[in-house]
Design a protein around this ligand. Structure first.
Ligand code: ADP
Ligand code: MG
Length: 707
C-alpha cells in the first residue's frame, strides 16, 4: 500500500477528536497533509545578538532564560507571562498575554529561541508574543549561550527557515508544522513515484520523498526567494508531479475520444455548398470562414469532433454553428442546440428558424416551459427522425429525449453548463460531434492546458459596420449627469439597461437594493418612462414576460441583476449602465457591455463606481475603457485576478489544483504536457501510466468530462 495513503489518526498526537477536526477541513491521509504546502517561509535561522536589536525589527534571538513567571494584572483573570532572556551581549524581555500554560513550559536556565517583532516599551526593547522554541539540554559552556550551536533538527518553529501554513479550522500553523514533521518522520526512506525515471532525469527533478521534506522544512541555505515564489527545486518537482498526472488524464481522454467512431462522417457536395449559400444572409468574415472550415474538417473525420469556438460577443458565432448544423442535416444527421437559459434558447430558435425558413429542414424547441403533451409529440418526432433539429435548454437532456441519428451537439456559452450535463447529452448519440461556443475568450495560457482535450477555433474579427461601444467610468457623484445623458438617449427612442451586482453572500441585501433602485428610478428619476425589473429570483415566466416586453420596446429601462449577462439581443438598446462596477470581474463587465452595440446606433457603456478605487479597481476599469477586444481583456483579467476567479465556477473545465497554479506555473504545465505525451507514446509505459489515471483522477482534479 502507498504509505502516503495512511490515515492521519495513526500520527502521534492525533486522537479521534483531532482526526475528526482534520477530516472536516479535508485532511484524511498523510498525502492530504503533505501536499498542503506552506503559503510562505520565514528565515528564522539567522540569530542576532541582543545588543544589535532595534525597535521594529523582526528577528530571531537565541539565549538563556534568566527568569520567568506569571504576573497578574489589574484585570481579573488577565495574566501576563514574562521572561527575561540573555545572551553574551545583553538581555531582553518577552511577554505573552493570557497564556498561563507557558508557566509550565519555561524554566530558568533553559536555552530558547525567540522569534518575533521587537517593540520599544517603557521597559525597553521587548518581544510581544514571540514564537518560541526550547532547545534540548541545558547549556554546557556557560559563557556564551548565543554562540552555542543550534541544530536545525532540534527546531521546528524557529532557528531555521520556517514554513508558514494557512490556518484552517482548528489547525494552526504551528500544529501543522508538528504534524507534518511527524508525518515525514513516519515515511519509509523511499516513496512510490508516479513520475517515470527518465522523465525525472530529463527534467532534473528531485526524488519525491526528499522534495516533500524540502518543501516543508527546507535545508539551511535554500534561497528564501525561490521558496516564497514557489520555485525551489522541491516546489518544481511536486508541481510537475501534479501537472504530469493531470496531463496524463487529459491526453488519455483525448486519445480515447480519437479512438471512438461516430455514426458517420459527413461528406460535402456541391449541392450542400449551394444550400449553405442560400441560407447565408450576409458575407462571412474571414474568421467565420476559417472557423467553419475547421469545424467541417472535423466533421469529415471518422472521430467525433471536440471543438471549442471562441468568439467575442457579437463576433457572429451563431451563423458558424448554423453552417455546421446545416452540413449535418444535409448528411441526414440530427442536431441538438443547447443554450443556458430559456430566453437564449428562444432567441436562438427564432433566429435559426428564420434562417432555415426556405430549407427543407424542420426545427423545434424544447424547454422546461414546453407543455407535456406537446413535448411527447416532439419527442416522438425526434426519435422517429422526422424532426432534424432541436433547440433547447438543459430540459433537452433532463427529459427522456431520444434521437434517431444525433450527429451534432452544439452548446452555447459553455461556462454556464455543468460538464455532467454535457456528457449526458453527448451520451444520447453515438459519439456525436460536439461544438462548444463561448464568448468568454480563454487566455492562451489557460487554453493550452485546461482545455487540452479540445481543439479550438478563434474568431477575433468583428462583422463589418459595427460602431465600437464608447465606454466611460464615472464615480457615483456624477450620477446626475449620467441620468441626463440617458434621458436624451431615451428621448431619441433608444433603450437602457441598468445593471446591479448580485454578490453571493449578500444576495438578499443586493436584491433589495436592486428592487429599491428600480422603484426609485421609476418614481423619481425617470417618471416619464417605463421601467421594468428583472432578477434571478423571479419565476421563469415572469422573467420571460419582462424580457419580452423590453425586447419589443414596451419598456424603456430594464433594471436587472446579471441575469441578462449572456447573449440577450435587443438591437435598440444603446446604453448599458453598470452600478458598482468595481464589484464585477472584468470579463463579466465585458459581457455586460456586449448587450449593447448590437444595432445601428452608437452605443455606450457607463461604469459607475464607488470612489475611491484601489489600484486593482482602477486597473480593471481602465482596461475596459481602453479596449473592446475581449481577448485582451481576458488576458488582463487573468493577470489581475488569477485563474481561480477568472472563471468563477468549477464547471468551467479548469482543474482543481492542489499545489500548482495555472498562471504562475504555466511553463511547467507545458513541459508536463510534452512529457505526458512522450511517456504515453512509449508502449512499455502506457499501461502503467494509464493505471494512474483511474476513477479518482477526475475527482482529484474536479473534472468530470469536458465537451
Ligand atoms: P455572438 O457571437 O455574440 O453569438 P451573433 O451570432 O449573435 O454573435 O451575431 C451578432 C450579430 O451579428 C447578429 O445580428 C448577426 O446576424 C450579425 N452577423 C454575424 N455575422 C455577420 C457578418 N459576417 N456580417 C454581418 N452581420 C453579421
Ligand atoms: Mg451568441
Amino acid at each position: 500500500m502507498d504509505p502516503l495513503q495512511s490515515p492521519l489518526q495513526f500520527l502521534k498526537g492525533v486522537g479521534p477528536r483531532r482526526a475528526a477536526d482534520l477530516q472536516r477541513v479535508g485532511l484524511h491521509t498523510l498525502e492530504d497533509l503533505l501536499y498542503r504546502f506552506p503559503i510562505r517561509y520565514e528565515d528564522r535561522a539567522t540569530f542576532l545578538t541582543i545588543a544589535s536589536l532595534r525597535p521594529g525589527m523582526t528577528a530571531s534571538v537565541v539565549g538563556e532564560i534568566v527568569g520567568c513567571g506569571l504576573r497578574p494584572t489589574r484585570r481579573p483573570r488577565f495574566k501576563i507571562f514574562e521572561m527575561l532572556v540573555r545572551d553574551r551581549t545583553g538581555s531582553l524581555r518577552a511577554i505573552w498575554f493570557n497564556q498561563p500554560f507557558l508557566n509550565d513550559i519555561f524554566k530558568p536556565h533553559q536555552r530558547v529561541i525567540l522569534y518575533g517583532k521587537l517593540e520599544l516599551t517603557s521597559h525597553g526593547l521587548q518581544f510581544q508574543s514571540p514564537q518560541y522554541e526550547i532547545l534540548p539540554g541545558e547549556r554546557d559552556a556557560a559563557e556564551d549561550p548565543a554562540s552555542a550551536e543550534v541544530h536545525e533538527d532540534d527546531t521546528l518553529h524557529t532557528g531555521r527557515i520556517v514554513p508558514i501554513y494557512e490556518k484552517t479550522g482548528t489547525l494552526t500553523t504551528k500544529m501543522q508544522r508538528v504534524l507534518v514533521h511527524q508525518a515525514l518522520s513516519q515515511l519509509p526512506p523511499e516513496l512510490p513515484d508516479p513520475l517515470p525515471p527518465d522523465v525525472r532525469e530529463r527534467q532534473r527533478l528531485l526524488e519525491r520523498r526528499r522534495a516533500l521534506e524540502e518543501v516543508h522544512f527546507p535545508a539551511g541555505g535554500t534561497s528564501l526567494d525561490a521558496l516564497n515564489t514557489f520555485q525551489s527545486d522541491a516546489h518544481r518537482r511536486l508541481i510537475f508531479e501534479e501537472f504530469f498526472l493531470f496531463q496524463l488524464g487529459i491526453v488519455l481522454r483525448r486519445r480515447r475520444s480519437d479512438a471512438e467512431r461516430k455514426l458517420r462522417p459527413v461528406v460535402i457536395t456541391d449541392e450542400i455548398r449551394e444550400s449553405a449559400r442560400r441560407v447565408l444572409p450576409f458575407k462571412l468574415t474571414g474568421d467565420q470562414k476559417k472557423s467553419i472550415a475547421e469545424i467541417v474538417g472535423d466533421m469529415k473525420r471518422p472521430q467525433p469532433m471536440n471543438r471549442l469556438l471562441q468568439g467575442d460577443v457579437g463576433s457572429g458565432k451563431t451563423i458558424v454553428a448554423l453552417m455546421a448544423a446545416l452540413v449535418a442535416m444535409e448528411n441526414g444527421l440530427q442536431v441538438a442546440f443547447m443554450a443556458p437559459t430559456e430566453i437564449l434558447a428562444e432567441q436562438h430558435f427564432i433566429n435559426i428558424r428564420r434562417l432555415l425558413e426556405h430549407s427543407r429542414f424542420r426545427l423545434t424547441m424544447i424547454t422546461g416551459a414546453t407543455a407535456a403533451k406537446k413535448r411527447r409529440e416532439l419527442q416522438a418526432e425526434l426519435a422517429g427522425g422526422s424532426m432534424q433539429m432541436v433547440v433547447g435548454t438543459h430540459a433537452l437532456i433532463e427529459d427522456p429525449v431520444a434521437f434517431r441519428e444525433l450527429g451534432l451537439v452544439i452548446i452555447d456559452e459553455q461556462h454556464r453548463f455543468g460538464v455532467l450535463q454535457r456528457a449526458a447529452l453527448r451520451a444520447k448519440g453515438l459519439h456525436p460531434d460536439v461544438l462548444v461556443m463561448t464568448a468568454t475568450p480563454i487566455p492562451r495560457t489557460l487554453a493550452l492546458t485546461a482545455y487540452g482535450d479540445l481543439d479550438t477555433s478563434i474568431m477575433r474579427e468583428m462583422p463589418p459596420g459595427r460602431h465600437p461601444i464608447k465606454t466611460i467610468a464615472k464615480p457615483e457623484s456624477r450620477r446626475d449627469e449620467i441620468y441626463d445623458f440617458i434621458r436624451k438617449q431615451l428621448d431619441e427612442g433608444r433603450q437602457t439597461y441598468v445593471i446591479y451586482p448580485l454578490v453571493e453572500e449578500s444576495a438578499k441585501v443586493d436584491l433589495k437594493a436592486a428592487t429599491e433602485m428600480a422603484d426609485h428610478l421609476a418614481q423619481e428619476v425617470f417618471q416619464a418612462y417605463r421601467v421594468g425589473l428583472l432578477h434571478g429570483k423571479m419565476k421563469q415566466d415572469a422573467k420571460d414576460r419582462i424580457m419580452g416586453a423590453f425586447s419589443r420596446g414596451e419598456l424603456d429601462i430594464l433594471v436587472s441583476t446579471t441575469v441578462v449577462e449572456v447573449g440577450v439581443d435587443v438591437a435598440n438598446a444603446s446604453v448599458m449602465l453598470v452600478e458598482h462596477a468595481e464589484r464585477f470581474g472584468l470579463s463579466q463587465l465585458h459581457q455586460l457591455r456586449g448587450r449593447v452595440g448590437r444595432g445601428p446606433h452608437q452605443s455606450y457603456c457607463v461604469l459607475l463606481y464607488q470612489a475611491p478605487l484601489n489600484d486593482q479597481g482602477r486597473a480593471r476599469l481602465a482596461a475596459l475603457t481602453e479596449t473592446t477586444d475581449g481577448f485582451e481583456i481576458a488576458e488582463r483579467d487573468l493577470q489581475l485576478r488569477g485563474p481561480g476567479d477568472f472563471f468563477g465556477t468549477r464547471q468551467s473545465g479548469l482543474p482543481t489544483l492542489r499545489v500548482g497554479d495555472l498562471l504562475r506555473d504555466h511553463q511547467l504545465m507545458e513541459e508536463a504536457r510534452r512529457e505526458a505525451v512522450a511517456a504515453l507514446d512509449d508502449p512499455a509505459q502506457t499501461a502503467a501510466l494509464a493505471a494512474l489515471v483511474n476513477a479518482s483522477w477526475e475527482q482529484r482534479f474536479g473534472l468530470v468530462g469536458i465537451g
